[in-house]
Design a protein around this ligand. Sequence first.
Ligand SMILES: [Zn+2]
Length: 49
Amino acid sequence: MKDTQYKCLRCRNKINPNELVNGRIQCTYCGYRILEKARPRGERHIDAL
Ligand SMILES: [Zn+2]
């Protein structure tokens, strides 16, 4: 689970969980608090046609 990354839904930057303070889920760039969990690498990428 360490590889789980978060993606800010507002500025779309990727946030490394190591940068989160005390496990607070908050964008370190814009401060937005709604983040999407990005799957770790190695997972298949599914693109809509
Ligand atoms: Zn953000």
